[in-house]
Ligand binder design. Structure first.
Ligand code: 13P
Length: 251
């Protein structure tokens, strides 16, 4: 049985003060989620992680949006996993399409970060997803399969089951044009088939989230799909009210 997971990706929103306010008000929705065996978390920007860490209820998962794979050293502007761990971060988004697009992150680079996170007992949330052009050419599955194979390269089954995958079609991110639940389920099932090729029946343990214009009014549709194990949500995770409605939609 895979535990459903809702992760709010705050992207470059909410400085420390606003993030603290959210964390301080989040106890009721975290309790509601826990009562229904849902995992819930937020991924603030780096400078807001510490303020969320010191004001959040224990059960609110704290995720970073990126990390560096090296432990320390001459990497100006970078943040290591041990630094994140020190302030209470347990999860880290890797390979978000915005980082792939604006920061040139490749699946090979993501693989190094995933391995480093696992070595430090943090949970990677590995993002994959195709452009509108790839979608329209009908090449979604081959494109996403490649991202999965490269991201999971040389992971053992024991490591692989600790990774959370997030399928986020680029054309659905921030556009209000979400993938239908049929499309999301079909692609996510395809991703699970790739993971089955790699890890056999242990692939059933790997959680795969959908992301891309998930809102309080459509989250329930995704949650009905057998292969979709939760959601990675941008815009609709930014206010307590909307986040709470997302949780309610998952119940
Ligand atoms: P939106 O929910 O704003 O479309 O963003 C999705 C996303 O990129 C989450 O990582």
């Amino acid at each position: 049985m895979r535990t459903k997971f809702l992760l709010g990706n705050w992207k470059m929103n909410k400085g420390p003060k606003e993030a603290e306010e959210f964390a301080s008000l989040s106890a009721p929705l975290v309790d509601l989620a826990a009562a229904h065996h849902l995992e819930v978390g937020v991924a603030p920007t780096f400078v807001s992680l510490a303020s969320v860490a010191s004001h959040k209820p224990t059960q609110l998962i704290l995720s970073a949006q990126n990390c560096n794979e090296h432990d320390h050293g001459a990497y100006t502007g970078e943040i290591s996993i041990s630094m994140l761990k020190e302030i209470g971060v347990t999860h880290c988004i890797i390979g978000h399409s915005e980082r792939r697009e604006y920061n040139g992150e490749t699946s090979e680079a993501c693989n190094l970060k995933i391995k480093a996170l696992l070595a430090n007992s943090l949970t990677p949330v590995y993002c994959c997803g195709e452009s509108l052009e790839t979608f329209e050419k009908g090449e979604t599955l081959s494109f996403v399969s490649e991202q999965i194979k490269k991201g999971f390269a040389s992971l053992t089954p024991e490591e692989a089951v600790k990774v959370v995958v997030a399928y986020e079609p680029i054309w659905a991110i921030g556009t209000g044009k979400s993938a239908s639940s049929e499309i999301a389920e079909a692609t996510i099932k395809g991703i699970r088939d790739v993971l089955k090729e790699l890890y056999g029946s242990r692939a059933e343990e790997i959680r795969i989230l959908y992301g891309g214009s998930v809102k309080p009014n459509n989250i329930a549709e995704y949650m009905k799909c057998p292969d979709i194990d939760g959601a990675l949500v941008g815009g609709a995770s930014l206010t307590i009210e909307s986040y709470r409605e997302l949780v309610e939609g998952m119940i």
